[in-house]
Design a protein around this ligand. Structure first.
Ligand code: BTN
Length: 247
């Protein structure tokens, strides 16, 4: 895939910019929108994404994954999470980085990166996908009520250059993206994703609509639903936003 870089000094949100440009037909697969200063970054749900100007990576990659059916869209979540896991872990001097379902990147109990994917579906086709990514790189102090933020600099004690890191992430995503074009490779992606899943196989505290409980994450199905085994041995199945990790 050919990558085209679109750099802005400041933007409200790279996802918003990408979505607007897709609507007018100006951005296509391989376009990356990134900015030094994102002042109204979108998080998941109603959340905002905090990022100090010039300190972090905030960017969006546009894909046109026509070969994926909408029911398989979780594959995109998996490849972005894995690419980030690989790139971030390489920076951390041996500290493991894991994927907190569905697509947060965690180092021990702290969030180091977040992903917001916005898909446009037409009939049975995934027309366009905007992969919005925020990585905390050189920001030392967080002022919002973001839960447990942490940055790469907290592990390295020195500044990391932003553009080489961005190129690394995009490179890894494109490799994994090529893999999901081949049906035989999809299982490998699934396995790698599970291997790096935060709290997999360990007792943890969770809460759902009925209240708090203890459970062990067992797997994630092809639709991206999380399977947690509770103390009674029953498997509970959750879609996005139906379960909270109590950390
Ligand atoms: C989350 O809540 O964890 C998702 C955060 C996603 C933030 C990124 S930063 C670049 C892109 N543009 C946005 O407005 N949000 C995403």
């Amino acid at each position: 895939m050919e990558i085209r870089w679109h750099h802005y000094k400041k933007l409200p949100s790279t996802n918003q910019k990408a979505m607007e440009a897709i609507a007018t037909g100006t951005l296509h697969e391989g376009d990356v929108v990134w900015t030094d200063k994102q002042w109204r970054g979108k998080g998941t749900g109603e959340n905002r994404w905090e990022s100090e100007a010039g300190k972090n990576l905030t960017f969006s990659l546009v894909l046109e994954p026509h070969f994926i059916s909408p029911s398989e869209q979780f594959l995109l979540t998996q490849i972005v999470s894995l690419a980030l896991q690989q790139v971030i872990e390489k920076q951390l001097n041996g500290q493991p980085c894991s994927i907190k379902w569905p697509n947060d990147l965690y180092v021990s109990n702290k969030k180091i990166a977040g992903v917001l994917i916005q898909n446009m579906i037409k009939g049975e086709i995934l027309q366009t996908s905007v992969l919005g990514i925020g990585i905390n790189v050189n920001q030392k102090i967080f002022v919002s009520d973001a839960p447990n933020p942490v940055s790469i600099i907290h592990f390295t004690n020195k500044e990391t250059k932003l553009f080489p890191l961005l190129k690394d992430v995009i490179h890894n995503i494109t490799i994994l993206y090529e893999m999901i074009k081949r049906p035989s490779q999809k299982n490998i992606i699934q396995e790698k994703y599970l291997k790096h899943l935060f709290q997999k196989g360990l007792w943890g505290s969770y809460s759902d609509a009925k209240g708090s409980f203890e459970g062990k994450i067992r797997a994630v199905d092809n639709f991206g639903r999380l399977q947690i085994e509770d103390r009674k041995g029953s498997i509970r199945l959750y879609g996005f936003k139906e379960i909270k990790f109590e950390l």
